[in-house]
Design a protein around this ligand. Structure first.
Ligand code: ATP
Ligand code: MG
Length: 257
């Protein structure tokens, strides 16, 4: 059963088309990665889902019905963190829960329980200006996952993390997924990360149009340390790289409108 459906969505900003006829589905419990060239409209697509941006055309459906205009079933991590400068780490990470109506003390309690796996213990009383870029990103990521919504929308959640922290948080996410079976749609520029985390990887074309290709990763491939040496992984990474290259070459050979 599909839980989220994007059907024929199109979006223009002024005279510039960004998305055209984009359709895909997310089944409950699926992890799907969205990749594509910079500027291809990945973040715009997530903004359409959250309702921050309105589509010009197409339909968004959830659980077989049109996506409601308010109280959508998403926890969203934006590409640029939206930390409030006057709130400390714990207060910033608790915002999403507070918006959902969770009382402040309970919201902060839930956040505190996750500071350790997010490498933020000891930092709870710091303000955003006192954090490194990677720490800010983890606070923003924590703000999203603690909300426990049916669908997680993550815009480059691991982008500015060091390799070890990235690996740890990816593992944390996979462990959580095994417990919760969240449905996750995430954006990445990292081919390896896409293949490691996702059941399917969707390639958004750089010239507005339908999803250009899809790479399916079977659940038989272990996503823990064995992933690094599994012989089924390199062909998938190559297929994804080829799809991205094909898209870039195609758009470069087209005259610029
Ligand atoms: N609010 C807006 N008003 C006007 N143009 C916009 C707006 N938001 C995005 N765009 C334009 O839409 C295009 C797609 O932007 P978007 O941020 O969705 O790309 P992206 O695929 O997420 O890129 P990146 O990988 O660099 O994050 C860009 O050309 C951008 O300038
Ligand atoms: Mg983006």
């Amino acid at each position: 059963m599909s839980t989220l459906e994007v059907r024929g969505v199109g979006k223009r900003f002024a005279d510039r088309a960004v998305l055209d006829d984009v359709s895909f589905m997310l089944a409950a419990g699926e992890i799907v990665a969205l990749v594509g060239a910079s500027g291809s409209g990945k973040s715009t697509l997530l903004s359409l889902l959250t309702g921050a941006v309105q589509p010009d055309r197409g339909e968004l459906r959830f659980g077989g019905a049109p996506l409601p205009s308010r109280r959508r079933p998403f926890a969203y991590m934006p590409q640029r963190d939206a930390l409030l400068p006057w709130r400390r780490v714990v207060e910033n990470a608790a915002i999403g829960l507070e918006v959902q109506g969770v009382p402040k003390p309970a919201a902060r309690q839930l956040v505190r329980a996750l500071l350790d796996p997010f490498g933020l213990s000891g930092a709870e009383r710091l303000y955003p200006r006192q954090l490194s870029g990677g720490m800010r990103q983890r606070v923003s990521f924590l703000r999203a996952v603690v909300q426990d919504q049916p669908i997680l929308l993550l815009d480059e959640p691991f982008g500015s993390l060091d390799a070890i922290t990235r690996d740890e948080l990816q593992r944390w996410l996979l462990d959580m997924w095994r417990e919760t079976h969240w449905t996750i749609l995430f954006i990445t520029h990292d081919i390896r990360e896409a293949v490691r985390l996702a059941d399917r990887v969707l390639v958004l074309p750089s010239a507005p149009g339908p999803i250009a290709s899809e790479v399916v990763v079977t659940r038989d491939i272990p996503r823990d340390e064995q992933f690094l040496t599994d012989t089924r992984v390199p062909p998938l990474e190559l297929a994804l790289r080829a799809a991205l290259y094909a898209d870039t070459q195609e758009s470069r050979s087209k005259p610029i409108a």
